[in-house]
Design a protein around this ligand. Sequence first.
Ligand SMILES: CC(C)(COP(=O)(O)OP(=O)(O)OC[C@H]1O[C@@H](n2cnc3c(N)ncnc32)[C@H](O)[C@@H]1OP(=O)(O)O)[C@@H](O)C(=O)NCCC(=O)NCCS
Length: 169
Amino acid sequence: MITTDITIRTARLADAEAIGGITSLYAEKGYILKRAPENIIENIRNFFVAEQNGSVIGSCAISFFTLHLAEIRTLAVIDTFKRRGVGSMLVRKAEEVLGEEGVTTAFVLTLSPDFFLSLGYREVSKEMFPQKIWRDCTNCPKLMACDEIAMIKELDGGTVGRKKWNVLG
Ligand SMILES: CC(C)(COP(=O)(O)OP(=O)(O)OC[C@H]1O[C@@H](n2cnc3c(N)ncnc32)[C@H](O)[C@@H]1OP(=O)(O)O)[C@@H](O)C(=O)NCCC(=O)NCCS
């Protein structure tokens, strides 16, 4: 079911607390990596929120790795709004912005592969993403027993596997 009165927009500083509230619920359950309040504030322009009647009901973030590779992360929708298309709308917004920036491959590390499958992502080996391992995973309590699934989507029919993923992408 699609809910029509929901707006997806770039987050503002005033949304930081609401984003923190939603994401920490799922971080405690191990679905997403915890983001400290100062980390959310520092990166607020890389977050998107879903809003209904002035309330934030979901959020996600983008994180750039090279000129062509970026992660969609910290995706969360509050329980009462699940399965109404909100998560899909957030991911599509993130993909749109990544596409505008010239990113050709979006990746996720997720425990919700069916959701991302429904949006055209496919599973790949985690070893494809050494930058991710070094940037975030060293702080993750699950480091040596990571159960997340790596998935990618080519945003413009790109050239995954042929690109040299260094900082100049
Ligand atoms: C994953 C999550 C963001 C999905 O948000 P959502 O708004 O419920 O997703 P959508 O309504 O857009 O779902 C789109 C499709 O994805 C699939 N899907 C979504 N949730 C699913 C689930 N739990 N199991 C199986 N398929 C699922 C379905 O095909 C669904 O379409 P349908 O409802 O018509 O069958 C939400 O469940 C969530 O916040 N989970 C906890 C945090 C998390 O796992 N985040 C991802 C980290 S990368």
